[in-house]
Write a protein that binds this ligand. Structure first.
Ligand code: SAH
Ligand code: SF4
Length: 380
């Protein structure tokens, strides 16, 4: 089987080239062709020696997940459905805003953590995406949006060292908030993060790459040590009893430990706050008392709160909190000097909003069937 070069970060590609007796600068050249110019054909890598191009064609390939569907929403949001083989497909979403463009990418086909309100979780888990499949989403989105640099063009995208300048990129931010739990696939995610941050690849600033996690604690510490980027933590409840129900991983890593891990993360984080995500579920976690409990919980963690209106999907069993209640919740937090934003729902008409990414997953756990049976049994 040929080696897929998209599986490597700079260190990996250099090592693989060394195994072929090739110099590090060759690896760097190829890395730039792949990830800076978006070139997937060795023959068109014109400044790479002809003999090396021939060897690469023999032993290596650039294997990208195939795009099955490309949809555009009325508000400019784009969604791609990517085939990752064996009947599995994952989604990635581009959200244009006035001063930035954010790409939301997936890290697993399905998710094993089964949060009560999440459509990805309801599909069960199939497998981890490889580094090539994770970075392949960014590659495709850049291709589709015309965001790769032309070879030989001046580097207007280059980040000024030590700043947060994003140049004239269309995709200025990446969030790992699509399907799956990034920290349950840490090795592949870290390699993909290296590529996102590498100036010879995508060259994004650490502050503009965000990993979102439901709180797998040992992996949070590893991310902090191996590749600290901005961190979002999916909280969704202010106490263990409720969080146990909504985010089952809480039974293993309860809130007090999660808060301590957040503080440890901040020691090395490129941002001086954690973003807490809190999906607003009507009558479940959205009362004034919940807001006050939340203030007490996050008291010792520098943070911002991001309230997410629940995005419904068939048979979820939850309803979105009324706008008035979300406003009141935000008001209470802000009175306690916690910076609070309410996420605008984008791309709803193409099912591209948070938590609606379903893709297509063959569920080895059979959870979906079990669920459908349960629903059928419960039906009158
Ligand atoms: N597994 C990671 C990242 C993917 S989920 C995590 O849980 O953080 C990304 C975000 O979408 C999480 O905050 C998640 O709780 C939220 N989410 C899931 N289902 C949702 C829904 N139906 N409506 C709104 N947000 C949802
Ligand atoms: Fe998995 Fe995140 Fe969905 Fe929970 S919210 S099931 S961790 S993808």
């Amino acid at each position: 089987m040929k080696q897929n070069l998209l599986e490597f970060d700079a260190a990996g590609l250099t090592a693989w080239f060394a195994g072929m007796g090739e110099k590090p600068f060759r690896a760097k050249q190829v890395l730039r062709w792949l990830h800076q110019f978006g070139e997937d054909d060795f023959e068109r890598m014109t400044d790479v020696a002809k003999s090396l191009r021939t060897r690469l064609a023999e032993h290596a390939e650039v294997r990208l997940p195939q795009v099955m569907l490309d949809s555009a929403a009325a508000d400019g949001t784009r969604k791609w459905l990517l085939d990752v083989g064996n009947g599995n497909a994952v989604e990635c979403v581009f959200i244009p805003e006035e001063n930035r463009g954010t790409l939301c990418i997936s890290t697993q086909a399905g998710c094993a953590l089964d949060c009560a309100f999440c459509s990805t979780g309801k599909q069960g888990f199939n497998r981890n995406l490889t580094t090539g499949e994770i970075i392949g989403q960014l590659w495709w989105a850049k291709k589709a949006l015309g965001d790769f640099r032309a070879h030989g063009s001046s580097d207007t995208n280059r980040r000024i060292a030590g700043t947060d300048f994003s140049g004239d990129r269309i995709i200025s931010n990446v969030v790992l908030m699509g399907m799956g739990e990034p920290l349950a696939n840490l090795d592949n995610v870290v390699t993909a993060l290296h590529l996102m941050l590498d100036d010879n690849a995508y060259g994004l600033s650490r502050r503009r790459v965000t990993v979102s996690t439901s709180g797998i604690l040992p992996a949070m510490d590893r991310l902090r040590d191996e590749c600290p980027v901005a961190l979002a933590v999916s909280l969704h409840a202010p106490n263990d009893a409720l969080r146990d129900r909504l985010v089952p991983i809480n039974r293993k890593y309860p809130l007090a430990e999660l808060m301590a891990a957040c503080r440890r993360y901040l020691e090395k984080s490129p941002r001086d706050f954690i973003t807490f995500e809190y999906v607003m579920l009507d009558g479940v976690n959205d009362s004034e008392e919940h807001a006050r409990e939340l203030i007490r919980l996050v008291r010792d963690v520098p943070c911002k709160l991001n309230l997410i209106p629940f995005n419904p999907f068939p048979a979820s069993g939850f309803k979105r909190s009324p706008a008035q209640r979300v406003r009141r919740f935000a008001e209470i937090l802000m009175q306690a000097h916690i910076i609070t934003t309410t996420r605008k729902t984008r791309g709803e008409d193409i099912d591209a909003a948070c938590g609606q990414l379903a893709g297509q997953v063959r569920d080895r756990t059979q959870r979906r069937e079990k669920r459908i049976t349960t629903i059928a049994e419960a039906a009158p």
